[in-house]
Design a protein around this ligand. Structure first.
Ligand SMILES: [Zn+2]
Length: 325
């Protein structure tokens, strides 16, 4: 029996505290992110050490609690997987608010159709979902959050942006042609984070989109309806079953959700092939009468009328066809 823990997502107000005795003169954008220039001619990364990676304190407490979960999560701008957690060992069911009053928005990262789903593919696990795009198309953040990673990844992702969200999830945007954000940057849902491309292990332009919870991937279709381009539900019940390799999205009470047909659906047996009655038509010629046509085709006038939904008094129009068998 699962011990259910209800987690409500509260906005964790990020307070940037620059602990430095020197007077900050200016902030300057660099290719490594914004830096602060101090009056003593030193500089430091803006916000670099002020953020501990915790977007949602209540959730984080539950996830790191030794009794209930015992997982960890780091804030690392240099590696794409910040921590190794095996969420298939999660003991409890955790209620996540995917969207809430403070962070209500979800925006599709790109409008393109799904070209490859989550699950086993070519003997490997495809940990995300592929969405069609053209190189140069704008890719936006699905939810509001903070950029954890934004650089080229030589493990196959190519140019990769990872955003950690207030709802406790991280989303991955891979194969980008251009990065538009830097680590530690706050982004809103729908804010451009990169341009679509074909970098890394990719054959043809597309967005490889992953949804991860404490570094473990889950089927993005668990939370997003890619046909309707919205979230399936405001709530997500996170349990260990979501992290089984190749897990299909669970069923939902949302009537609007259109899922792939589950494999276990019993196929209704096909009806035996019906023997089609042979049909035959006669094209009416000028001067024809129903009696003549019926005689010529060995049926009665009433049968002829019944087959064609006409009356014995109906006017016959030359060129039209009558069913005679
Ligand atoms: Zn992919």
């Amino acid at each position: 029996m699962y011990f259910k823990i209800v987690v409500c997502i509260f906005l964790f107000l990020l307070r940037i505290q620059i602990v430095n005795a020197q007077k900050a003169l200016d902030t300057v954008e660099t290719n490594l992110g914004p830096i602060i220039l101090f009056s003593n001619k030193t500089w430091s990364y803006y916000n670099k050490n002020a953020f501990n990676g915790i977007m949602n304190m209540r959730l984080h407490k539950i996830m790191t609690d030794e009794q209930s979960a015992g997982f960890s999560q780091k804030w690392n701008n240099d590696v794409c997987f910040s921590t190794k957690n095996d969420l298939s060992k999660l003991k409890d069911t955790i209620w996540l608010c995917v969207t809430d009053e403070n962070h209500s928005e979800f925006v599709m990262p790109v409008p393109g159709i799904v070209t490859s789903r989550y699950g086993f593919r070519s003997g490997r696990n495809h940990n995300g979902i592929d969405l069609d795009l053209e190189t140069g198309d704008t890719v936006v953040s699905a939810f509001s959050g903070k950029v954890r990673y934004s650089k080229y990844n030589d493990g196959g992702f190519g140019n990769l942006v990872i955003v950690r969200h207030y709802n406790g999830l991280e989303t991955f945007y891979a194969h980008l042609s251009k990065l538009l954000v830097h680590p530690d940057q706050d982004v809103k849902a729908g804010e451009p984070i990169g341009l679509g491309g074909n970098t890394g292990h990719s054959f043809g332009s597309h967005l490889h989109f992953e949804v991860r919870f404490y570094d473990s991937p889950m089927n993005p279709e668990e939370i997003i309806n890619f046909d309707r381009k919205n979230v399936k539900s405001e709530n997500l019940f996170v349990h260990k079953g979501l992290f089984k390799a190749g897990a299909k999205p669970s069923t939902t009470h949302d009537d609007n959700f259109v899922s792939e047909k589950p494999e276990e659906v019993v196929q209704t047996p096909k009806p035996p092939v019906a023997i089609k009655p042979q049909t035959k038509y006669y094209r009416i010629k000028s001067g024809d009468t129903l009696t003549e046509i019926a005689d010529r085709n060995n049926i009665t006038v009433s049968k002829l009328c019944q087959l064609n939904g006409i009356k014995p008094s109906s006017v016959l129009i030359p060129g039209k066809s009558l069913r005679v068998k």
